[in-house]
Design a protein around this ligand. Structure first.
Ligand SMILES: C[S@@+](CC[C@H](N)C(=O)[O-])C[C@H]1O[C@@H](n2cnc3c(N)ncnc32)[C@H](O)[C@@H]1O
Length: 328
């Protein structure tokens, strides 16, 4: 059987025997959420700022998209002041079944709420939204087809008009043999979030690349049990490709975003107070156990902002308020 990569990814990740419907993501890869509670704490400060910008309304949404095991939502809930927590409406959005230990007050849904007033966070969601892959030939781009059982590939038809337009605008391929992941489904997924954002801010955090710096052969990858494996779309591994986050930003603007910040996780977390600075050596003498705790925290912070690791992730923050005096 031959499928386009988008169809093969859809089936391998979210089909009847799809990877995400029967696996716990944290068993297979480490995201910023699992790396340290510092990540959720930093985002809780952004939620406080959004709440402030909205004038502290009686109900504030926190929406975690691609929630996985729901750890980001629960981490943010635990870190906000009790007064704000009492006003939070928390929705965790995922196609997987509801995790067993999620607090009852968290709504678990397959789609985001229709109207969101507050903060949306999508950490490593868009890279798992299935995409087609095109390869450049002397006759122009052709869609790559894959055999889901083996991962073997062959060239199929030309992409449709919309995909060709996307490639020409966002990922023009220079030489025959070059490959591009057609990010249009991610743009649409992100735009569908922005249209639901009545007031507030939405943040997508992901492996990303920008126009002019696209990898010439793409970024398609597979992960299983914490290790990189060949991306065979047979349901046995995660299949992912980095996100053209600038294209998502443009789609968000077309969907009504009025303010856009496109930056790195390092810059965003530093703006939210995550510095990775070690505690003063003096503390080791006056409070040895406090010193050790601060040292452990500093090393977690350093991992989250390391430029060649998690700190290199892209952060796309868009809002529906012209004046959004938040940290980003
Ligand atoms: C890499 S995991 C990220 C989990 C979590 N956000 C974290 O950072 O640890 C991606 C998650 O996105 C979910 N997902 C993918 N496409 C989705 C969609 N269209 N709607 C809702 N969830 C989706 C997957 O089921 C998976 O749980």
């Amino acid at each position: 059987m031959w499928l386009t990569w988008r169809a093969a990814m859809e089936r391998a990740l979210y089909g009847e025997r799809g990877f995400y419907l029967h696996e716990r993501p944290s068993g297979h890869f480490r995201t910023s959420v699992g790396a340290s509670p510092v990540f959720a704490e930093a985002l809780s400060r952004e939620l406080v700022a959004v709440d402030h910008a909205l004038g502290r309304p009686p109900a504030v949404d926190l929406v975690d998209i691609g929630a996985g095991e729901g750890m980001l939502a629960t981490g943010i809930m635990a870190a906000v002041p009790p007064e704000l927590r009492a006003r939070l409406r928390v929705t965790a959005v995922d196609l997987a079944p509801r995790p067993a230990r999620l607090p009852e007050e968290v709504v678990w849904a397959e789609t985001p709420p229709e109207e969101i007033h507050g903060l949306v966070v999508a950490n490593e969601w868009l890279d798992n939204v299935p995409v087609d892959i095109a390869e450049q030939t002397p006759q122009g781009p052709r869609l790559v087809q894959v055999d889901p059982a083996t991962g073997e590939e062959r060239l199929g038809e030309s992409p449709d008009e919309a995909d060709l337009a996307w490639l020409a605008r966002w990922w023009p391929m220079r030489a025959a043999g070059g490959r591009a992941e057609i990010g249009r489904p991610r743009d649409e997924a992100w735009a569908s979030v922005i249209v639901r954002l009545a007031r507030g801010q939405a943040i997508a955090i992901d492996y990303a690349h920008l126009s002019g710096e696209r990898p010439p052969y793409g970024t398609l990858a597979g992960y299983r049990d914490g290790a990189a494996v060949a991306p065979v779309p047979d349901g046995s591994c995660d299949i992912t490709a980095h996100v053209a986050l600038d294209a998502c930003a443009a789609a968000g603007e077309r969907a009504g975003a009025v303010a856009t910040t496109l930056t790195t996780q390092r810059a965003a977390l530093r703006a939210l107070g995550v510095t990775g600075e070690r505690p003063p050596a003096e503390l080791a003498r006056t409070d040895p156990s406090g010193y050790l705790r601060a040292l452990a925290r500093a090393s977690e912070e350093a991992e989250l902002i390391a430029p060649d690791g998690l700190g290199g992730f892209g952060w796309l923050a868009q809002s529906r308020l012209q004046e959004m005096p938040t940290s980003l």
